[in-house]
Design a protein around this ligand. Sequence first.
Ligand code: IVH
Length: 679
Amino acid sequence: MDIIKKGYGNMNKDEIKKRIDELTCILNKANYEYYVLDNPVITDQEFDKYLRELETLEEENPEFSYEDSPTKRVGGEVIDKFRKVRHSIPMLSLPDVFDITEIEEFDKKIVDNGVDPVYVCEYKIDGLSVSLHYEAGKLLYAATRGNGTIGEDITHNVKTIKSIPLVLNKEIDIEVRGEIYMSLQTLEKINREREEKNLPKLQNVRNAAAGSIRQLDSSVAAKRHLEAFIYHLPNPLDYGIKTHNEALSFMESLGFRINKKANKIVRGISEIENYIENVTNERSNLSYEIDGVVIKVNDILAQKKLGFTSKYPKWAIAYKFPALDVLTKLKDIIFTVGRTGRITPNAVLEPVIVMGSTVKRATLHNEDYVLSKGLKIGDTVSIHKAGDVIPEVGEVVIERRDGSEMPFKMITNCPICGSVLEKKKDQIDHYCMNVHCPARKIESLIHFSSRNAMNIDSLGISLVEDFYNLGFIKTIKDIYALKEHQKDLIELEGYGKKSVSHLLEAIENSKKNSLEKLLFGLGIDGIGDKTALLLSKVFKNMDNLIDASYDNFKNIKDIGPILASNLYDFFHNENNLKLINDLKEIGLNMNYLKEAEKFNINVTNKRFVLTGTLSFMDREELSELLESYGGMTSSSVSKKTDVVIVGKNPGSKYDKAIDLGITIWDNDTAKKYVDELKA
Ligand code: IVH
């Protein structure tokens, strides 16, 4: 491709327009050939050279730039929030099946309904589904599946996906659906870069793709190099299309990327089985992750005849591959003590990489669990990740035993305080009953200061352990007496004046927390943060909780007899009542605070970072306002930042906030809070 370029100065408007047309055409064709057909025709250098030329021309002559200009693919568009989109045809998911018998049952139902068992088998791409709407052949908008009825508008990010056409080969109104995904190489590359920057790794391709699509700033998505395959035409009959396979070819002819190599027409159960066998062998050679095979009835009228349930089409299923297993050695089984005294056996494993991350430990839950698996120390075991995140020990590989393995034996005494463990009748867990057990105490102190409890952010695991061992904190009450040891703390190695005063400030601020945080922090058996919130909303203050009867608790929806008796017992235990009373005297808030009240209080606790342009006030003005209410503002985002306020065209602070998982307030949320604050 050799195109001679004149100097811009010599070009008249007609020539400029012609050149823009020419470059747009070359670059769009190159994108299509590279990203859709997987058949590059020009080098990256040539592509970049033409792109730069087009950018310059468009900048100086924006009136000639096209909607589908390749320059629009690089991102930069920033939205305030995700607009909700209603799907006129619900975006259904598919029923999962896990073995051949279930596929046979599906096939039988199809045949019993008088339908010819001709199917299209496809890869089940591990990503997130997208609905694309085109009007007169131009991309109008793109939406996520959401809850199936209402999704979110992600057009700005979808425009950065080069395998999704902005303009079709025909001026047609159409909706198509497909999967947005991230290739394995891209995930690896991004994680290498993140590692260098000390950022946490993206867990897997699905989360990475979904996280990239849920960005307000499209330049972040552009950097994530997402890809897409299109696999569904919701309205085939509108286009005179009679089979799913025809629909795929039709969409391909419009310029969409179809997974041609994978899609296959098959007849009957044995051909489905062959397809699955081939895919199972091929899977590890693919550049992207698949988690199963989708089987769809080919004939569209037969699909109509079979219809839908409320959740799924009756004409398609998703066969899911069994979780990927990796073998490793079980080096030891160690026991930990939780804050309620519950003893948990844990597998110590020869470190092994499972689906992209290193696994060294896995919970073995309880004695029965270990015995049911027949585990011996020294065994070779399979490891998989449940829900792709939490590592689990699967099976023992009996053939690998050589006789040196040691049998598992449940301990009878607490590994920390030595007291005799108890196993209550009909319960599976062993408990250390010693309320003074240091392990239990440390765990409950860590729990008390944790984020969803009192949120004393600087009082983390190692600090609690140190302060416990040094004798500064033995009980929850002692946390609030730490200020008396300020001098001693500053003298400790590794704790400067600044960090100590920050810690003490965080402790003081925690006194103002709403009731649910304290209630959750007290660590009542079985009471999680959501139940604590529910109880706080119902009972309003601590005294009402103390006065409540067993029935008062049990009558609350979602509180069963066990939780009700845990609560009743807790509030009738002398030590607990003494602790609550002490905390009251120290000045801890014992009331449930409404949202607005919480906000007023929370500003005092919070560290803010502001980025981008806000519609309702200057950044400086907002910083001053927050500070006047006791908030702190800083110019850089760190783990300690509580909230990042993001206006239009935010900088890299926004990316960092996303990476660190920090709360983000967009323009409207910030405005809402500022209005409340000023009210
Ligand atoms: S067809 C009505 N085909 O799997 C038909 N889905 O559990 C709708 N998926 O939500 C979907 N690859 O996100 C279809 N080749 C494929 C697919 C596929 C991945 C996803 C999709 C869907 C989920 C179904």
